[in-house]
Design a protein around this ligand. Structure first.
Ligand code: NMX
Ligand code: MLT
Length: 437
């Protein structure tokens, strides 16, 4: 991993140079105009952030450092030939823009293991959380409790120079990723196993994804592969989604990576964002409950209508930016249809995909995107392996998101991005401004 740090030390001045040129030579140019509706409407479609690790296309989905998910599935290093990409390799890609070679990949695998230490008092703290506290709350608090280990906070207090921020940040960012799965496994254990069967932490044979599955108590090659796939698909989704943006915003105050990651998780815990995966599974189970396992497409149509009639959204469908099927959904559905094509829940996910995109615009024409997003399939895959604690699903999303938001936070500090502080306006003030335009 020292090699990765060295690579970054070479890359950073080059990108900094580009940024300086941008500021000096183009800084006063007008990029785009802003409509009143964008100010009111959650800044949708407004370019407002520099974000290095990934970019979202409305029609083609996410690209990590310019690489589409289709390409990553084919080209990224994997532990099983032709299988899921290695999450550790994608961490390397997000940070440096390149895939690691075999030796580099092995080094990250070992490094993440070595950095995963959690102090005894944090373990005790997590085990003291009430079982009915939501897993995301426990996860966020558990990560926050690790904050006393922040290298960046210590160096900052000791008076570190601005141009050295990223180096102190490097350790924290990799450490947050390394510790995330262990904290997440402790939360699982606390809630569902009453803290009695503490997960086996030090199985050195296993890579990050396999070990996370193992710590949750799921040990099969297929589950290891699913976990690696899940982690890779959920890592990053450019800078404006709630979890990435919360992470960026909090980090811009020079709060250390533990503080910003916890903030990121708090955003991910919302039902319109990461919690949609748990909501989505709950929604599929409502169908099974109501119509039994011999459901048909008319039942799906009826349940969608019922969902609207009760004033709810159809979870797993729609997106703020995407205008086509999310490729992250496609890859997950493919995994399900390849590994367990006769699974009733996977068939239901597939049938919903055939019905819902046509149906939603008929019910509510203002829906900008009637296609499935990342959350529409993940729960069904996890259920297949018996991971049926669906309140926990967003924690898996959070562990994965650590890879993306920590990589981008490192780059925020490397590029010396300033504290975020956009302007705001009252309704009255905006009305006055708009009338005079
Ligand atoms: N079911 C019912 N109504 C919907 C849906 C849906 N799946 N998607 C959008 N709408 C409604 C939306 O609530 C809004 O209604 P109103 O004007 O009455 O407030 C209207 O359609 C227009 O919204 P959009 O511009 O299409 O969507 P927006 O960008 O505001 O929101 C989501 C995007 C993702 C929040 C929205 O599509 C949604 O609530 N989807 C269901 C929840 C979900 O799956 N979230 C997961 C997103 C991915 N992730 O993991 O973060
Ligand atoms: C994400 O992965 O962050 C979600 O798809 C939400 C988003 O991009 O806005």
């Amino acid at each position: 991993i020292h090699k990765l740090k060295g690579k970054l030390a070479e890359m950073i001045p080059v990108v900094q140079g580009r940024l300086n040129t941008l500021k000096k030579e183009h800084g006063d140019k007008v990029l785009e105009t802003v409509k009143v509706n964008q100010v009111i409407g959650g800044m949708r479609g407004m370019t407002g952030l520099v974000y290095e690790t990934s970019k979202l296309s409305a029609t083609e989905g996410i690209r990590y450092r310019g690489h589409s998910l289709d390409e990553i599935m084919k080209m990224a290093p994997s532990f099983v030939e032709g299988g899921s990409p290695a999450p550790e390799g994608i961490l390397w890609l997000l940070l440096s823009g390149e895939y690691p070679n075999k030796q580099e990949l092995d080094d990250v695998v070992i490094d993440l293991k070595e950095r995963s230490y959690i102090p005894e008092e944090t373990i005790e703290l997590i085990r003291s959380f009430p079982k009915n506290m939501h897993p995301m709350t426990q996860f966020s608090m558990g990560m926050l409790a690790c904050q006393s280990m922040s290298t960046f906070a210590q160096h900052y207090r000791a008076g570190i120079a601005k141009n050295k921020y990223w180096e102190a940040m490097f350790d924290d960012c990799i450490n947050v990723v390394a510790k995330s799965s262990k904290v997440a496994a402790l939360v699982f254990n606390n809630i569902y196993h009453d803290g009695k069967h503490l997960p086996e932490f030090f199985d050195d044979k296993l890579d990050f994804g396999a070990k996370y599955a193992h710590m949750l108590g799921y040990d099969s090659e297929d589950m290891y592969e699913l976990m690696r796939l899940y982690l890779v698909l959920h890592m990053d989704h450019e800078g404006g989604n709630v979890s990435a943006h919360a992470n960026r915003l909090v980090g811009s105050a020079l709060s250390d990576p533990y503080l910003s990651f916890s903030a990121s998780l708090n955003g991910l815990a919302g039902p319109l964002h990461g919690l949609a995966n748990q909501e989505c599974l709950r929604w599929y189970l409502e169908i099974l409950d109501k119509y039994g396992k011999h459901w048909n497409k008319d039942d799906i149509v009826e349940h969608v209508h019922h969902t609207f009639d009760s004033g709810r959204v159809v979870p797993g469908y729609g997106h703020a930016v995407l205008r086509k099927t999310d490729p992250r959904f496609t890859h997950q559905l493919e995994f399900g249809l390849t590994h367990f094509p006769t699974d009733n829940l996977i068939q239901l996910v597939n049938a919903c995909y055939e019905v819902i995109p046509e149906l939603l615009p008929k019910i509510k024409p203002s829906i900008a995107n009637p296609y499935p997003n990342v959350d529409a399939c993940s729960g069904a895959l996890l259920m297949h392996f018996g991971l049926n604690q669906f309140d926990y699903y967003t924690v898996l999303f959070g562990v994965s998101r650590a890879f993306g938001v920590m990589s981008s936070l490192l780059w925020d500090r490397a590029l010396g991005l300033p504290i975020e502080r956009p302007g705001s306006v009252t309704v009255e003030g905006l009305l006055e401004k708009a009338k005079n335009l």
